[in-house]
Design a protein around this ligand. Sequence first.
Ligand SMILES: [Fe+2]
Ligand SMILES: [Fe+2]
Length: 298
Amino acid sequence: MKFGVIGDIHGFWDERDTAFFNTSDYDMLLFVGDFARVVNALPVARQLAALTKPAWAIPGNHDGVGLWQLLAEVKNRPLAARLGARGMQKRVRQLDEALGGIRLGGYTLAELGRDLGLLVARPHAMGPNRFYYRHYLQSAFGVTDFQSSADKLCALVDAAPANLVVLAHNGPAGLGNTPGTPFGCDFDPEYGDFGDPDLRAAIDHAHATGRRVHAVLAGHMHHRSKHTGAWRDTWAQDATTLYLNAARVPRIEDDGAKRHHIALTVEGDTVRAETVFVDNDGRETGRCPLGRTTPTND
Ligand SMILES: [Fe+2]
Ligand SMILES: [Fe+2]
C-alpha cells in the first residue's frame, strides 16, 4: 500500500494540495493532526473534506480545543483546564463532521487490508511531562493517566492483526533524549526524550506479541525548533519498525512552490519512506529517502 503522510498542517493547506492528493497514486492519506493554526481546526477541516482518497486522521493538541483551554494545559492550571474541557467533546464532534469522509480516530483499530491494521493512538497528545487533556480523555475514553492509556492501547494491539501501521500525534518514547532526535525536547532540553510512554508501551507490546509494526507516524515536535532554529532528525528505525516525524512547519514555503509530505510504501515485508516536495502545480520538485526496513524473519 502507498500512503501519503501529512504532518502538522497548522493552517497551511489550500485547494492545490487537495487537487494534488486527489490525483496522486496514494491508496490512503494519513494525517498526524494539528490542523489548526493555533486553535480552530474547522477551516482546514472543511478544505480537507474535498479530498476523495480514503483517509484517517488523529487530532493534535491544537485541534478541538479552545484557546484558554490550550493555555491552561500549557501553563498547568488544573481548574482552568477542567473548565476548558467542558466543550471539548462537542468541538471534536464538529471537527469530525467538518472533515467529511476523513475518519477521525483516537484509540481506534481499523483494517487497512489483508492482515494489515491501523492503530490510531491517544488523540491530542502534547508530551510526557503531564497527562494533558485528562478531563476530556477520561470522559471520552475512560483513561486517566499514562498507565491506563497504555493499557487501552495494548488491548487494541491484542485485537490487531499481525501487521500494523500506527498513527499518533506525538511520537513514542525511546528514540533519543537530545533536541536533535525525532521526538527529543527542543524547548527545554531538561525534559530530554519527549516521546510518549503509553505509545512506547503499545509498540513494545506489539513486538512482544509477535506483531510487526511497520511504521509509526507522528508529528507534534516540529522539524525546526522555533527556539534555537536547529533542525531535528525526522526518522529513526529499529529492526522492524520505521518511525517518522512528519511535522515540517510550515509545510508550505516559497509562496507555495515547496509543499511537504511523506510518501510511505508498505510492500510485503519491505517498508520505505521518502520526503516529497511538490510545487504549486502539483509537480514533484524533490524527493529524499528517509529510511527503509526489510526485516529478516525473527
Ligand atoms: Fe504542531
Ligand atoms: Fe502538536
